[in-house]
Design a protein around this ligand. Structure first.
Ligand code: PLP
Length: 256
């Protein structure tokens, strides 16, 4: 695990005096930074809203419950928390392949997609994302797109679902995290972005169930989002490690 960049640690220290309750919806400077990031780096267009969360794992585990989803689709090879969230909500969890043309179009409330994927690293193509969007229109179900590895492409650059929706963000929510982007897993800084009506539903419940992001963390996330250089440096570190891994595997006659 690489260190949290110094300028982010400084922001945490400088904002340690935090006697008031933080605002669930996020401090104005954080909201502005999130919206700017979503337009600039995710290609978000049209009407969308943002909501800071305590980690993205916590949000993934709670989302089906928060949205009262009773049947959810998850990738057949997936990060385990998608299933856990479904179980916690008492929902039926159905595993599906990548191609949304084969997904059921009735009796489904939401579907998780994850690109780049954990654990496979696979990146959805534009055609695959378009097909997921088409499915959502047909089924009326919510797409929850976990994009926490988007800042670190491997062979292919991933695309946010928000860059593909042509500004029609109804029933779309994307999940992002500072854990990987800025090596801040211990801070639990993350956010969701998408359909303002869905964000408003989440906000209303979260106002009363707690889980507001602590203010020193909100400030640290705001500062982290203002810099892209540390993300590029981290991406280069990962590329260098992959090159070494590839060489070692090929030395053992294994293909990477
Ligand atoms: C696909 C995926 N989503 C979400 C998370 C959660 O990240 P965090 O809770 O640190 O934001 C992880 C963590 O490994 C992950 O692999």
């Amino acid at each position: 695990m690489d260190a949290t960049p110094d300028f982010i640690q400084d922001a945490l220290r400088e904002n340690s005096n935090s006697p008031s309750y933080p605002v669930t919806t996020g401090a104005p400077d954080l909201r502005a930074a999130l919206k700017d990031y979503c337009v600039r780096y995710l290609g978000a267009q049209g009407d969308f809203d943002v909501l800071p969360t305590v980690g993205s794992k916590e949000l993934v585990a709670q989302l089906p419950f928060l949205l009262q989803a009773k049947t959810i689709l998850i990738p057949e090879i997936a990060y385990p928390t998608y299933r856990v969230g479904g179980i916690l909500a008492g929902a039926e969890v159905v595993e599906v392949g990548i191609d949304a043309q084969h997904w059921p179009t009735s009796g489904v409330d939401m579907a998780w997609i994850n690109s780049p994927s954990n654990p496979t690293g696979r990146v959805h193509s534009q055609v695959e994302l378009d097909s997921v969007l088409e499915w959502s229109k047909k089924s009326g179900a919510i797409i929850a797109s976990d994009e926490c590895y988007l800042p670190f492409p491997d062979k292919n650059q991933g695309l946010s679902i928000l860059a593909s929706s042509s500004g029609n963000n109804a029933n779309i929510i994307a999940v992002h995290s500072l854990s990987k982007r800025s090596n801040m897993a211990g801070y639990r800084g993350a956010f969701v972005v998408g359909d303002p009506a869905l964000i408003s539903r989440l906000l209303e419940i979260r106002k009363h169930m707690g889980m507001m992001a602590p203010l020193p963390i909100q400030k640290s996330v705001t500062v982290a989002l203002s810099d892209q250089r540390h993300v590029e440096e981290q991406a280069e570190r990962y590329r260098a490690r992959r090159r070494i891994l590839k060489q070692s595997l090929e030395g053992c006659r294994l293909h990477y």
